[in-house]
Design a protein around this ligand. Structure first.
Ligand SMILES: *Cc1c(COP(=O)(O)O)cnc(C)c1O
Length: 467
């Protein structure tokens, strides 16, 4: 292995010890070449036992602690009034500061509830402005007959820009939308923390406060997508004036105080494999969501979750908002990113909270867009090292519905998402080393041609061949 640690980049110290391990297979070169060819050079089509390090997603992939596993044994199978629900409610009240809690089977269940509760007249077009869309969040607004204009700051769209709070809402854009369509057409303003589609970029406390003030002046509700709020709170503690001496929990409580409600996918910062919830300070939202959850998810004291899952989440939410844990978490992602930038590998900057994003257009500057540079890079990483990453570029973007032409978005990325508490820092070094090796021989790497293309969401199933 190359000396990838030659610079000042240091691995963060783990705030845990490992008590159980899963043996993982590292296929040899011949097996890797065969596997990726059989998968049509699409990492989604690899079997997980062909993968050594799986960095496809950070969703539902966290390792639970002994404390959480012990909590599973205390799962209470009560249909109504499970004690685990009350533990979860207390944990959310304590960590996030909301008064009311409605559990759901996962994040999109809560998105369904909030859109159904707040978007009433399906006849009239409604508008839900948000700092960049997220797939499931957008579709739930659209199903209710709404649209979701993007009001994130322009810096978020520029992979070179080092703005410390690249997830911020552009207040002028937001005000313009409100003035243009009128406050009556806006059931709520939606603000995401550590914006997923922007690469895990945080929102500042000042920005949250200003969004609240602006919305108050128009009497608008503010709903957070607080899925990655703990990781966002770490960036506020690290970067924003006046917060370095505050605990993550104090910061989270202040953040959430600027909203009327939030939706939450517990599969990320909640450190569980499944679960979600809606939490609120607004009593009316809570009352309506509590009535609806019975229709779609389950009684309001389990909402589609088993008692044991609520217990694991009650504990995971607290562990995921621990100061020492978050420092390790964010710095592990940064460790990987810095090892890559030290070697000149082009990545999106600054390094975000849940992953590192490779810039495939800079990686393969000569490769034509219709030879799928991101797809090629993700496939090459697997072939080199049995590491699984994800294409996030033109293959994911798909075709224009009207013209049938491929859309080539500004960003051609490969997403390297890091599961929480799962891989060691040595494994991060292996990842960096493998990508650097490909970077060094990038001129010899040929693109791909698409040989099978499904109509919808083609990135899941498309197949390719080497040119
Ligand atoms: C994952 C995610 C969701 C959806 O949650 P699920 O638990 O996958 O249903 C919503 N918003 C954001 C920002 C997410 O990352």
């Amino acid at each position: 292995m190359k000396d990838i640690k030659k610079t000042k980049t240091k691995a963060p110290v783990e705030p845990f010890k490992i008590k159980m391990v899963e043996i993982v297979n590292l296929p040899n070169q011949e097996q890797r070449t065969k596997a990726i060819e059989k998968a049509g050079y699409n990492t989604f089509l690899l079997n997980s036992d062909e993968v050594y390090i799986d960095l496809l997603t950070d969703s539902g992939t966290s390792a639970m602690s002994d404390n959480q596993w012990a909590g599973l044994m205390l799962g209470d199978e009560a249909y109504a009034g499970s004690k685990n629900f009350y533990n979860l409610e207390k944990s959310i009240q304590d960590v996030l500061g909301y008064k009311y809690v409605v559990p759901t089977h996962q994040g999109r269940g809560a998105e369904h509830l909030i859109s159904a509760v707040l978007i009433e007249p399906k006849k009239n077009l409604v508008v839900v402005p948000r700092n960049m869309y997220f797939t499931t969040s957008k579709i739930h607004v659209e199903i209710q007959g709404g649209v979701m204009p993007d009001v994130i700051i322009d810096e978020a769209h520029d992979p070179e820009n080092e703005h410390p709070f690249k997830g911020n809402v552009d207040l002028k854009k937001l005000k313009d939308v409100i003035e243009k369509v009128g406050a009556k057409k806006i059931p709520y303003v939606n603000v995401e923390m550590n914006v997923n589609m922007a690469g895990g970029q945080p929102v500042s406390m000042e920005n949250l406060r200003q969004v609240r003030e602006l919305c108050d002046s128009y009497n608008l509700k503010v709903v957070f997508d607080a899925t990655r709020s703990s990781e966002n709170a770490y960036f506020i503690q690290e970067r924003e004036e006046g917060y370095s001496n505050k605990s993550i929990k104090e910061i989270l409580n202040e953040m959430m105080s600027y909203s009327d409600a939030c939706i939450y996918s517990a599969k990320k910062d909640g450190l569980v494999n499944i679960g979600g919830f809606l939490a609120a300070n607004d009593e009316e939202i809570y009352e309506k969501a509590r009535n609806l959850v019975v229709v779609y998810e389950g009684l309001h004291t389990y909402g589609g979750m088993a008692g044991r899952d609520m217990e694991a989440l009650a504990r995971g939410l607290r562990e995921g908002a621990d100061d020492r844990y978050l420092e390790y978490r964010i710095k592990q992602v940064r460790y990987l990113g810095e090892m890559l930038t030290n070697y000149g590998v082009p990545i999106v900057k600054p390094i975000g909270g849940h992953g590192v994003f490779l810039d495939a257009l800079k990686f393969f500057p000569e490769m034509p867009r219709d030879q799928w540079p991101s797809q090629t890079l993700a496939a090459s990483i697997y072939e080199e090292s049995a590491i699984r990453t994800m294409e996030r570029g033109a293959v994911s973007k798909g075709r224009d519905h009207k013209t049938g032409e491929n859309i080539f978005p500004k960003l051609e990325l490969v997403r390297i998402t890091i599961p929480r508490r799962v891989y060691t820092n040595t494994q991060m070094e292996y990842v960096a080393d493998s990508i650097i090796k490909i970077f060094e021989k990038r001129e010899q790497i040929k693109g791909l041609k698409m040989v099978y293309e499904p109509e919808d969401l083609r990135f899941f199933q498309a197949k390719f061949e080497k040119i």
